[in-house]
Ligand binder design. Structure first.
Ligand code: SF4
Length: 401
């Protein structure tokens, strides 16, 4: 099977690609420099760790990187050989595989001083983090986030904020330095700035032709995931926004003749991002993704609410923590806002939390007259990906459109 990386259509995407390599090298140097390290789950409030001067290490991010380098199956098998079933989320298997075997693009991740897990996207995270913490004999802090219905209730927000404060105290006890409110605000202001720019780019993607597609956005979401609140993230995303704005000014799209505008639902298929270019070669542009724009990453922080409450919306009401009915309404709105002709619902074998409800979403979209396609694969375990079947189904779907 010929898996490929996505083409980078922007100079800043190339710069971000180079920065990612440097980022990982810095991570491996952090301990020598006397810094504290925390293994943290995706969609945890990264700003808190940055404010505490603790180096956040995201195994999920490293997983995507290892998968892009075609190491997914080998690393998942390391965990399977130790009793983890293939039914366990492959992010969990891959990371535990690196931890057990020491293998990975750069080997195993540097050992953390403690682990931090949030319960705002799935139940896998807490089991996975417990297994890692037990293996390493390191402390684990879990931030419990209740499932939100239509909106966050005041008592839910209060519960969340009380744990955020407790966590900051805990971080202070790890570093020996208190995290002041001023320091937290400084980081949150940068995060809010990042969110504003990320959203400006999202707004530009509503334009016809679409100036930037999933092929660039999936690679660049690293900044939103890993380092909201850092100056480098603000600088790089600002450069990308300027490039996108320039394209819009000249009415340039991702491809010369945009025939179909698609929405991508679910995580990226990290080992074969070139699939986006396969679509583009056929006149179809993946214009927007639920994953990068509606799960919480890049969300605007409303600092008028104060430092702690500003985090509530971003980290409590993302796409994976809300009711199905709310998701369906959101999907319909995205279709209208981004002038979507068809929706690609990637049923991800690993992420039940993301994939459950896709048949209901499909039915609701059909009622609205929007065709959609459900296809199965896995985000990092390429053993359950059938290139011929998926391309066949995509071709047929484009013919229907
Ligand atoms: S189950 Fe889904 S949300 Fe949870 S860790 Fe796996 S991919 Fe992420």
């Amino acid at each position: 099977m010929a898996f490929t990386a996505a083409k980078k259509n922007f100079e800043t995407s190339k710069e971000i690609g180079l920065y990612i390599r440097k980022y990982w090298q810095d991570i491996y140097r952090a301990r020598e420099e006397g810094k504290k390290i925390c293994w943290v789950t995706g969609l945890a409030p990264m700003e808190l760790l940055i404010a505490a001067d603790i180096v956040p290490v995201l195994p999920e991010n490293y997983n995507a990187f290892c998968a892009a380098k075609q190491m997914g199956p080998e690393l998942c098998e390391e965990a399977e050989a130790r009793g983890y079933s293939m039914d366990v989320c492959s992010y969990g298997r891959l990371h535990l595989g690196t931890m057990f075997s020491g293998k990975g693009v750069y080997g195993a991740l540097p050992e953390p001083d403690f682990l931090f897990c949030t319960r705002n996207v799935c139940s896998t995270h807490s089991k996975w983090w417990s297994a890692a913490a037990a293996h390493l004999g390191k402390p684990l802090f879990t931030l419990d986030v209740p499932q939100v219905g239509k909106q966050v209730e005041p008592h839910q927000a209060k519960y969340f904020v009380s744990q955020v404060k407790e966590f900051l105290k805990y971080c202070g006890s790890v570093t020996g330095r208190e995290v002041t409110e001023n320091r937290l605000m400084e980081v949150l202001e940068r995060s809010a700035r990042f969110g504003d720019i990320w959203n400006e780019i999202k707004e530009y993607r509503k334009r016809v032709p679409c100036p930037i597609s999933s092929s660039d956005i999936f690679g660049n979401m690293f900044l939103a995931v890993t380092m909201p609140g850092s100056q480098i993230a603000v600088d790089l995303i600002g450069k990308l926004r300027d490039e996108v704005a320039e394209k819009v000014k000249h009415n340039q799209g991702v491809i010369p003749h945009e025939k179909f505008r698609l929405m991508w639902d679910n995580i990226a298929i990290w080992y074969n991002l070139g699939l986006m270019n396969y679509l583009e070669d056929r006149g179809a542009v993946s214009t927007i993704e639920t994953y990068t724009c509606f799960t919480g990453w890049g969300e605007r922080l409303d600092l008028r609410k104060g430092p702690y409450d500003s985090l509530v919306h971003k980290y409590m009401s993302g796409y994976l923590n809300i009711d199905l009915a709310v998701k369906i309404d959101l999907m319909k709105k995205i279709v209208d806002d981004f002038k979507i002709n068809g929706v690609l619902l990637f049923s991800n074998r690993s992420c039940k939390s993301y994939s459950i409800g896709q048949y209901d979403i499909k039915a609701a979209l059909e009622k609205k007259g929007v065709p959609s396609l459900i296809f199965e694969a896995d985000m990092v375990d390429s053993r359950v990906y059938s290139e011929a079947t998926i391309k066949n189904r995509l071709d047929t779907f484009l013919e229907i459109l």
